[in-house]
Design a protein around this ligand. Structure first.
Ligand code: NDP
Ligand code: MG
Length: 377
């Protein structure tokens, strides 16, 4: 990168967003920040704006910082062709619209927000291709696969690793009685609340299978999940000749974030220490227990059905996760609720983006109503 790369971050106040700013701080001479955007943590966004001096800011709540223009929507960030790349690191469905807008404007995407592909992967990937836009995955498993692939036509299958979350070797009974606090204590990764709950139910892996299908164009039968508690092997691919290429590294999101925003260059950046196989000593792998974690099966099913099935899965799951975080339901009910809503859902094939948003809204309302009924009975 000779010239500074012009970047905007949507969700700069979140787990991925703040780590991205740590990466950028280390690589100050490589980046110019065009805009920073957050939701309701206006104090942190202000601090970030004062420190990093972007041209524009946006927050879901009123905000003003001297000398910096406040924008009125995420779309305004996504439409600004000053950007070379936009890091989409907000959580949930709000990532989808600005991602599409940025793609239409020919701006490359570093994509952390997995809901974007789960909701509308077909449309997003098609648009990216039409507009010659790169979508570089930040999610560590997909970033790993992106780094392993040399000739995608010769790859046989994708192997996605899963840490297994906090309940990997706990009993189903333990999981039934899990508190919000226990669920939010992830053994390997420090992440936002929604994705941490998804990691505990393994729905996160389910969403990642769908994400991988869209990013790399693989059939669901050629995407495998393996549990790997140490989170050192971030994922792997198998070539037709049986050769397996994996990407390894210490579990830190700084590495995939930096890879995605500097691609195809590599820099020393924030890397803290050198990797040592001897220090790690052992790597374990095991088959995922789909009986204990049925969410993964449901995600495969939704993915194979296509159309709005995965948008339905995403919306029902997200609302159930919110109800769990609000203390309304138990952890195991997230799956039960999601499955009930999913089983009663009529899929639309080849949906337009408007239909996806409409369905997303309907499913969320249905899920909320269903949860209210559960609570009242
Ligand atoms: P967080 O909950 O930590 O952060 C979410 C971010 O989105 C915050 O900056 C939040 O702002 C912002 N936001 C919320 N509402 C709005 C809005 N209306 N407009 C603009 N910004 C908004 O989540 P994570 O960083 O953990 O995850 C972000 C995405 O990345 C998710 O899709 C997740 O699945 C994915 N991901 C995360 C990983 C991780 O390690 N954390 C790993 C792989 C993928 P505020 O806080 O100010 O309200
Ligand atoms: Mg991941």
């Amino acid at each position: 990168m000779d010239e500074k790369r012009k970047i905007s971050i949507i969700g700069s106040t979140g787990s991925i967003g703040t780590q991205a700013l740590e990466v950028i701080e280390k690589l100050q001479d490589k980046f110019e920040i065009i805009s920073l955007a957050g939701g309701s943590n206006v104090d942190l966004l202000k601090q970030q704006a004062e420190k990093f001096k972007p041209k524009y800011i946006y927050a879901a709540k009123p905000i003003s910082v001297e000398g910096i223009k406040t924008l009125s929507s995420l779309d305004e960030i996504a439409e600004n062709k000053e950007n070379d790349i936009i890091l989409v690191a907000c959580s949930g469905k709000i990532g989808l619209k600005p991602t599409l807008k940025a793609i239409e404007n020919g701006i490359d995407i570093a994509l952390a927000n997995k809901e974007t592909l789960v909701m509308a992967g077909d449309i997003v990937m098609k648009k990216a291709k039409e507009n010659g836009v790169n979508i570089i995955p930040v999610d560590s498993e997909h970033c790993a696969i992106h780094q392993c692939i040399k000739d995608i036509s010769q790859v046989n299958k994708l192997i996605i690793t899963a840490s297994g979350g906090p309940f990997l070797h706990k009993t189903v009974e333990d999981m039934k009685n899990a508190t919000v606090e226990q669920t939010l204590k992830h053994p390997r990764w420090n992440m936002g609340k929604k994705i941490t709950v998804d990691s505990a139910t393994l729905m996160n892996k389910g969403l990642e299978i769908i994400e991988a299908h869209h990013l790399f164009g693989f059939d669901y039968d050629d995407i495998e999940v393996v549990v790997h508690p140490q989170s050192i092997v971030h994922s792997a691919i198998e070539y037709v000749d049986g050769s397996v290429i994996a990407q390894l590294g210490l579990p830190s999101m700084h590495i995939p974030i930096q890879y995605a925003i500097t691609y195809p260059e590599r820099y020393e950046g924030i890397k803290s220490r050198s990797f040592s196989f001897a220090e790690i000593a052992r790597l374990d792998f095991e088959k995922p227990d789909f009986e204990k974690f049925p969410t993964v099966k449901l995600a495969y099913k939704a993915g194979k059905m296509g159309g709005t099935a995965t948008a339905c899965l995403n919306a029902a799951n997200e609302e159930a996760v919110f109800a769990f975080l609000d203390g309304k339901i138990k952890l195991y009910q997230i799956y039960q609720i999601t499955k009930t809503i999913f089983d009663n859902y009529k899929i639309i094939q080849n949906p337009t983006i408007e239909e996806i948003f409409e369905e997303d809204k309907n499913i969320r309302e249905q899920t909320k109503k269903y949860i209210e009924n559960l609570l009242n009975n």
